[in-house]
Design a protein. Structure first.
Length: 215
């Protein structure tokens, strides 16, 4: 939550102790934490209508049913949040990593299945997607989502188990650190390969997990 504020992506709509509502106006998402039902009922009327068309992040599942009812959501996704807070940069074994251009939109859209081609094009146009090349061939990528989190990580089957994913994430972590950011990612529950990668790279995993609620 605080990282979205430091990056200028979010604005505080409610804050009392650990009870917080942050709105990301450019993308229509919100982040919510309520310690008890009294504060939840204070927060709910403050959620902008635009959020019902997008998604909201909650820190506890106690309020998922109530929030989904108010906003008309039908889907939920449990995630662990990972963040990198160490002072030293990460080693990047594979050096040929480049910012992708609109020419690579078809490639990324073909292999990234949590967003459509419009979203992929938007992220690439924003300069937030990077590809890894082996002998001049594009064989994977990583990106930064519009909420500031790292994601979109993909490596072709033929190039896996060679450390390319670690190089991609290490590259993006180093890049964000140089810009004064705290790199973080949301890992979908059950994605053990990604969890293990975060642990190998030295990221801290959140406890408790967080929930994405969406329509």
């Amino acid at each position: 939550m605080m990282e979205t504020l430091s990056r200028g992506l979010g604005e505080v709509l409610y804050a009392e102790g650990k009870n917080v509502l942050i709105y990301l106006p450019e993308i229509g998402n919100a982040m919510l934490n309520a310690e008890d039902e009294e504060h939840l009922e204070k927060i709910l009327p403050l959620i902008p209508k635009a959020v019902s068309e997008h998604s909201i992040v909650t820190v506890t599942d106690r309020w998922n049913e109530r929030v989904s009812e108010i906003l008309g959501y039908h889907g939920s996704m449990l995630c662990s949040q990972a963040c990198y807070t160490r002072g030293e940069p990460l080693p990047v074994r594979h050096k040929d990593i480049r910012q992708l251009t609109v020419e690579e939109v078809p490639y990324v859209a073909e292999h990234y299945h949590l967003g459509d081609e419009i979203y992929v094009r938007e992220r690439i146009a924003a300069g937030d997607v990077f590809g890894i090349y082996i002998e001049g061939k594009l064989c994977g990528f990583i990106g930064c989502h519009n909420d500031g989190s790292m994601g979109m990580l993909y490596v072709e089957d033929a190039y896996r188990r060679q450390g390319l994913a670690a190089s991609l994430e290490g590259y993006l972590i180093n890049k964000q650190r140089e810009q004064g950011m705290i790199p973080y990612a949301h890992i979908v529950n059950g994605n053990e390969a990604s969890i293990q990668l975060q642990e190998r790279l030295g990221l801290n995993l959140s406890d408790p997990a967080i929930w994405w609620l969406y329509n």
